[in-house]
Design a binder for this molecule. Structure first.
Ligand SMILES: Cc1ccc2c(c1)c1c3c(c(C)cc1n2CCCN)C(=O)NC3=O
Length: 277
């Protein structure tokens, strides 16, 4: 697989403005000197000592690199160009896409037409289907992690595989937290996570894309968690008066508490709301 280069990153790349930051990572636009190609450099702080709360342990960082290496030849998964280890950070050199977050695209529009929402979901599902066919769950799907290739086009890329994992029946994964608004009941209840955990998030994303409102969001994280575990949501007529029954049916088949009864990525691709006419 990709070896971590210990060449000084700044000798091969020019680094420009910050384009985003998270708990353990900063993303900056950069240009490869040899090719003048632009990339997104994701600086992930390394944890110095086990007891420290700053940065990530190397094996957690290696998990994201491993997942990207397995998946990134798919046109909907962001591609990984190079990896550097400069001592304090591991730097992932990733494909740069210019259209910004789907999240911003929605915010500008309040809500999307069902055709537009269905077209975005179709692509997200193709990417998730690819991941699930490799037994990899994203586990942090949300509109902030869906980037548009360009403002007016509908082509998207999935990013941020920092929480992604290979889901094997053997090793149970329980200890995870994503973003409260999008987490499935099994995450809140610390039950084993599975590929279906991503499908719940897709149900939440669909609900938001077609209505502009969020199904479980409460005034506090705890209230949101309570709404999630109670599967307490409605198609409020204030937001859903114009939404088709097909769209509601698609959402209903994903926001299901029992992971065995939730639609899989493959099944959702053949749901009539997604099927291109
Ligand atoms: C034009 C633009 C604007 C913001 C960007 C990006 C691109 C971006 C990118 C990536 C990541 C991990 C975060 C990014 N962010 C930060 C926000 C992502 N939630 C990435 O891997 N490629 C990007 O283009």
């Amino acid at each position: 697989g990709i070896e971590y280069s210990t060449e000084p990153f700044e000798s091969l790349y020019e680094v420009y403005e910050d384009i985003g930051s998270g708990q353990f990572a900063v993303v900056r636009r950069c240009v490869e000197k040899a090719t003048r190609s632009e990339y997104a450099a994701k600086y992930i702080r390394k944890r110095r000592v086990a007891s420290s709360r700053r940065g990530l342990p190397l094996e957690v960082i290696a998990r994201e690199v491993h997942v990207l290496q397995k998946l990134h030849k798919h046109q909907i998964i962001i591609s990984l160009h190079q990896v550097f280890d400069n001592g304090q950070h591991v730097i992932l050199v990733l494909e740069l896409v210019r259209g910004g977050e789907l999240f911003e695209h929605i915010s500008e529009r309040e809500r999307l037409s069902e055709e537009e929402a269905s077209a975005f979901l179709h692509q997200i599902l193709l990417g998730v289907c690819h991941m699930h066919s490799h037994d990899i769950a994203h586990l942090d799907l949300k509109p902030e992690n869906v980037l548009l290739l360009s403002k007016n086009r509908q082509h998207i890329k999935l990013i941020d595989f920092g929480l992604s994992r290979v889901i094997t029946d053997a090793e149970e994964v329980r200890d995870l937290m994503g973003t409260a608004e999008f987490v499935a009941p099994e995450i809140v209840n610390y039950e084993p996570l599975c590929l279906a955990t991503d499908m719940w998030a897709i149900g939440v994303i669909t609900y938001i894309l077609v209505s502009g409102s969020s199904p479980f969001l409460g005034d506090s994280q705890q209230e949101t968690f309570n709404n999630v575990t109670a599967v307490d949501y409605t198609f409020d007529t204030q937001y859903f008066s114009g939404t088709s029954d097909l769209a509601k049916d698609f959402i209903c088949r994903l926001l299901v508490k029992d992971v065995r009864k939730r639609m899989t990525a493959k099944e959702s691709l053949s749901h009539p709301w997604i099927q291109p006419e």
